[in-house]
Design a protein around this ligand. Structure first.
Ligand code: ADP
Ligand code: G6P
Length: 472
């Protein structure tokens, strides 16, 4: 077994098997913030990524992706149902996102979560060279740090949670709360998107495990576990470069023409997820049309909603409701060849996404709760001419970093409508000043800065950073 000095462990690998139009199996980049954040970073770094390739059955042998080794962990049909769709995405995901949907608790799901976490820990132990740095990602694998430490005490283990970490009132619902906290404490460094999340974690450790904890360090079993906030970011240089490519500019011009050359284009790009506030946004837009504030001929909404976690009941219900609402709005307000909403459920490649960002006069990012939201940052990075307005939910982690956006509370329909109108009617000079400030922030706080600050905190002697040209 080949071993690496840096191992990233995430439920999902950065590539996904999908079927090409000619029926052949092809590999493409998986949509989602975690992959978008880590993929550019590891390019050309000798590392191994341990993860699941989607699907069930034996683990496929995958080629390296940009120099990163893919080490696949297999999930059975039962694991998929009870670990991925169950405990990860029907218990933890809703609970961690303010319980905007009701989390479900089933003992069988917990057993699967333990079993799959054990499998990931063993796979990681196999591919980590002595003294390696291991970076475990996200809510699917919260037990891995503890399990891995038992197998390989020589490793330096980091854990990063990409989603929010809830306040004690919510987390205390979890039947297996103590085990989950103990699992995370197996790491040397536990990172969150926001300092509030680190605070919630420290409070919970003190309350549930009766271990003294502050917002920076916890001493457990004679080890120091550091905690902190490390807001994740994007490859701003890559996106800006993409957005300025002549073929992307042409693609954007064609898109605007195909949309009927409206005066203004509003864009939203989400995974189809109930945390993203898609229904609230559609309602706000349709009320603005009904009130006469927005004319469909002048202003169109492009809603990209790529299906996600499609076998989970709450996601199926959401998709049906969104599609019914899009149909209703287009039926009521559209005309032949002139829909009010252009609704797309396909995954797009980076070129197409950059062209969409270029076309958007207003980018509406209005989740009910979101750990960070990279789409908001991608839009800003792509606006190389300092034009365009970002409408952003106060409940996205990105809001703390981008206060120059039009900030809205997506639960407040009137506020959402006013925010959207303000963004549509904004003065170009004001928009330019806001966009410049946001772009300057992202320029300094890009994905490399994120990795550098996290890994510097994890990597006491600095040896890893020296090896990782990409983060240095
Ligand atoms: P989440 O992680 O909850 O999906 P983020 O906004 O943080 O939300 O990250 C979403 C990532 O997935 C972004 O990098 C975005 O570009 C990508 N993405 C979203 N929709 C699509 C799509 N239709 N095709 C390709 N990539 C997409
Ligand atoms: C969010 C999560 C990631 C996840 C992604 C896509 O970004 O934080 O861990 O990979 O959504 O979701 P999926 O269920 O398709 O992996």
């Amino acid at each position: 077994m080949r071993q690496s000095s840096l191992v990233v462990v995430a439920n999902r690998l950065p590539i996904d098997d999908s079927v090409a139009p000619d029926g052949a199996c092809e590999w493409r980049r998986s949509p989602g913030g975690l992959v978008s954040a880590l993929h550019p970073l590891l390019r050309h770094t000798p590392a191994t990524w341990v993860g699941w390739a989607g699907g069930t059955g034996p683990a496929p042998a995958l080629p390296d992706v940009d120099g990163v080794r893919m080490h696949t962990v297999a999930l059975t049909a039962d694991d998929l149902r009870d670990h991925y769709e169950g405990f990860a995405n029907a218990t933890l995901w809703p609970l961690y996102h303010d319980s905007v949907e009701q989390p479900e608790y089933h003992r069988r799901w917990w057993e699967a979560y333990q079993r799959v976490n054990q499998r990931f820990a063993e796979a990681t132990a196999d591919v980590a060279e002595p003294g390696a740095v291991v970076w475990v990602q996200d809510y699917h694998l919260q037990l891995v740090p503890g399990l891995l430490r038992e197998l390989r005490p020589d490793l330096r283990i980091g854990f990063f949670l990409h989603v929010p970490f809830p306040p004690p009132e919510l987390f205390m619902q979890l039947p297996r709360r103590a085990e989950l906290l103990r699992g995370m404490l197996g790491a040397d460094l536990v990172g969150f998107q926001r300092s509030q999340a680190a605070h919630n974690f420290a409070q919970l450790v003190a309350k549930v495990l009766d271990v003294p904890a502050d917002d920076r360090r916890i001493v457990v079993d004679d080890r120091v576990v550091r905690i902190g906030a490390f807001p994740v970011s994007i490859d701003t240089v890559e996106l800006a470069a993409l957005a300025t490519r002549p073929d992307v500019a042409e693609r954007a011009a064609r898109l605007r023409h195909d949309l009927g050359s409206p005066e203004q284009v509003i864009l939203s790009v989400d995974r189809m997820d109930y945390t993203k506030g898609i229904e609230q946004r559609l309602k706000a837009y349709s009320e603005l049309i009904a009130d006469g504030h927005v004319k469909v001929r002048d202003t169109v909404l492009v809603q990209v909603a790529v299906p996600s976690r499609e076998r989970v009941g709450q996601y199926q219900i959401l998709r049906e409701r969104v599609e019914r609402e899009v149909g209703r709005i287009n039926g009521e307000f559209g005309r032949v060849g002139e829909p009010a909403i252009h609704y797309l459920t396909q995954p797009f490649d980076r070129v197409e996404l950059a062209a969409l960002y270029r076309v958007a006069d207003v980018m509406a990012v209005t989740p009910l709760r979101d750990g960070m939201n990279l789409v908001a940052k991608e839009y800003v990075a792509a606006r190389v001419h300092d034009t365009g307005a970002l409408l952003l939910s106060e409940f996205a982690g990105a809001a703390a970093e981008l206060p120059q956006a039009y900030l809205v509370n997506p639960h407040d329909l009137e506020g959402l409508k006013q925010g959207l109108l303000a963004a549509l009617r904004a003065d170009p000079e004001d928009l330019g000043a806001r966009m410049r400030a946001m772009r300057a922030h992202l320029h300094r706080h890009d994905i490399r800065a994120w990795a550098r600050s996290y890994l510097a905190a994890l990597d006491d002697d600095g040896s890893l950073l020296t090896r990782m040209g990409a983060a240095g």
